[in-house]
Design a protein around this ligand. Structure first.
Ligand code: TXA
Ligand code: MG
Length: 329
């Protein structure tokens, strides 16, 4: 466990939140850009800072399952079970919202995303604040999520003066989102908590977005993207693409698994899904900063444990490159 957070730091963050400001918040998944979820103006500020469309709902972070009823109007048995088992932790539950929840938080939908993050600083802050914190990932819309405090400073600079530094995020990929607001439970976004772990508790769940599913920007085809054009290729195709690009005089930055191909330059990540996921966003940021012509990413294996990693890589490749960025960051 990291040392107990200095109370002056928490006090300063609480004061900023009470003034209606947005702050950088460490969680175990990625850093959030947090504001008082009961203050509509403060929440609007998050949308403005991120450049996020107003109809994309935010997750409200709470101190524990006992606070679910402050935000949700209907708490099914499945929600209680999942919260008891996985909170604090990387799981977001979508439930029917209470009428009092400001529309700006939920993008006008009648459901709300709720999560209790497993990070000592976030939990200390939530207890001291004694309210909900609306917090999307602390990146500009469509861009790579931050897993270090300095990533948040890079994204927002002086516009977000208070960034709590909680060190590197332990998980590194966003929470699993389970929608319990519709007729059947559905996974809207894969994360470290797997479908199997969820089904063991609440029975069969669907995945992907269904006919009745609410909107989730993490489900947009182009998201989590570097500015450099990025291609996702199996190892043999990657080696060929590298040779072709080099022959054409292009500079390539590689993200390889376990071992860098001959004449390749870039970063190597471990062949274990949890460790790869932990390092992925920081690696993409570093490769993007090299200003190469092309980022070539070696496609990880297809197994269930790689689902969240492969989901983020596919969307990053779809959104990469200034010209193909449709997210209007
Ligand atoms: O791990 C995480 O979940 C991080 C940390 C900061 O907690 N947060 C995060 O927030 O990833 P954001 O805003 O980048 O992604 C939240 C996702 C979006 O895809 C959003 O559309 C979806 O959650 N979401 C939020 N409320 C929802 C709702 N009522 N219905 C459907 N989707 C919702
Ligand atoms: Mg995000």
């Amino acid at each position: 466990m990291p040392p107990a957070p200095a109370s002056t730091e928490i006090d300063a963050a609480v004061a900023a939140l009470r003034r209606g400001e947005a702050i950088g918040l460490p969680t175990e998944t990625v850093y959030g850009l947090a504001a008082d979820a009961s203050n509509a103006d403060a929440v609007r500020r998050i949308f403005a800072l991120k450049g996020r469309p107003a109809d994309h709902p935010l997750i409200v972070h709470i101190a524990g399952a006992e606070q679910l009823s402050r935000w949700a109007s209907d708490i099914p048995e499945a929600a209680q079970r999942l919260a008891q088992r996985f909170w604090p932790g990387p799981l977001t539950l979508i439930l029917k919202k209470r009428r009092e929840v400001p529309d700006v938080v939920t993008g006008g939908q009648d459901s709300i995303g709720l999560r209790c993050p497993n990070h000592p600083l976030a939990l200390a802050l939530l207890r001291a604040f004694d309210g909900g914190l609306a917090a999307p990932s602390a990146n500009r819309f469509g861009r790579i999520s931050p897993t270090l405090a300095e990533h948040v400073r890079e994204e927002f600079g002086d516009a977000v003066p208070v960034v709590l530094d909680g060190g590197p995020c332990a998980v590194g990929l966003e929470s699993t989102i389970v929608d319990l607001s519709g007729p059947t439970p559905r996974i809207l976004r894969p994360g470290q908590i797997s479908r199997g772990e969820i089904e063991a508790l609440i029975g069969t769940v669907e995945s992907g977005s269904g006919e009745h599913s609410p909107r989730a920007s993490g489900t947009l085809e182009a998201h989590y993207a570097p500015r450099t054009t990025m291609r996702l290729l199996g190892r043999p195709q990657l080696v060929t693409a590298l040779a072709d690009a080099q022959a054409a005089g292009q500079r390539c930055a590689l993200l390889a698994i376990e071992q860098m191909p001959e004449r390749g330059e870039g970063l190597v990540l471990p062949p274990r899904a949890t460790r790869y996921g932990h390092d992925l966003y920081a690696a993409l940021r570093r490769l993007d900063a090299l200003g190469a012509d092309l980022i070539l990413v070696e496609q990880p294996p297809a197994g269930d444990d790689w689902l969240a990693v492969n989901d983020r890589l596919r969307r990053a490749a779809a959104g990469a490159g200034a010209d193909s960025d449709e997210d209007g960051t």
